[in-house]
Write a protein that binds this ligand. Sequence first.
Ligand SMILES: Nc1ncnc2c1ncn2[C@@H]1O[C@H](COP(=O)(O)OP(=O)(O)OP(=O)(O)O)[C@@H](O)[C@H]1O
Ligand SMILES: [Mg+2]
Length: 273
Amino acid sequence: MAHFLTLDSVRVGFPIQKGLFRRTHGHKIVLDNVSFNIPRGQTVGLVGESGSGKTTVGRAILNLVPVLSGGIRYYPAPDVNNFMVLGGLREKQFRSLRQKLQIIFQDPYSSLNPRLRVGDILMEGLRVHFVKLTPLERRRKCAETLERVGLSDASMDRFPHEFSGGQRQRVSIARALVLDPEFVVCDECVSALDVSIQAQILNLLRDLQAERGLTYLFISHDLSVVRHISHEICVLNGGRIVEQGETAKVMANPQHQYTRTLIAALPSLVPLR
Ligand SMILES: Nc1ncnc2c1ncn2[C@@H]1O[C@H](COP(=O)(O)OP(=O)(O)OP(=O)(O)O)[C@@H](O)[C@H]1O
Ligand SMILES: [Mg+2]
């Protein structure tokens, strides 16, 4: 399987600031030696409890938090000899990658600007990354993308608060998708939804992957969701990867005690006697 992204001993920490002058007294380490590989066109599920560092992994890949040490490599083509080193890039150097590497944020309530209509929310990225398109072409691209995620083009003129939770999540997906990305970090993107809407969104993500060859990092605290969508699973505990492997193998034969606890906590369809 061709590589897409590789994380190699990634360490992330946030400065501990103390005193009147807020001097930095070391770092609180949040990710410690995190290494895993995301194969091209596949979904890697990242699971772990709240505070284990899942969102930080996604943010590190997207250059949204500084990496203390270790490397993140991005392979623009299936050719393994050709890669770019991410992590620690300046925003200017990263800008051209922003279009290709997208994120659906954990909380659509706060990540969609409430003062902008959905059309303008989608248009923001197009204006930056698709400067050659005319305004009419951009509008058409927005309408097509909204339709693809199951929203009418009339949605363009509505504000985020006028949508249900599930529809708002579709808006977030459309915002990422409209830029024709190669990779999307889906951060708890179905966790706030009820089970039937969750299934619809997961099916949509899966169909989009098949159509466009997208690569996903699917982040969730919920193993029952992760196992349905992921080809591979990584289990994060206290900022360290404690287990990784093919989904079926990890589910059938977990090696680490923490993974066993997660699996044991899954709801069972077999009634308890
Ligand atoms: N900007 C920051 N400054 C300081 N500490 C941070 C910052 N962002 C995250 N942390 C800390 O890093 C740890 C991991 O946070 P992270 O958001 O990655 O967890 P998570 O696994 O996504 O949790 P959740 O399931 O609740 O979303 C937490 O202890 C958090 O307090
Ligand atoms: Mg999180």
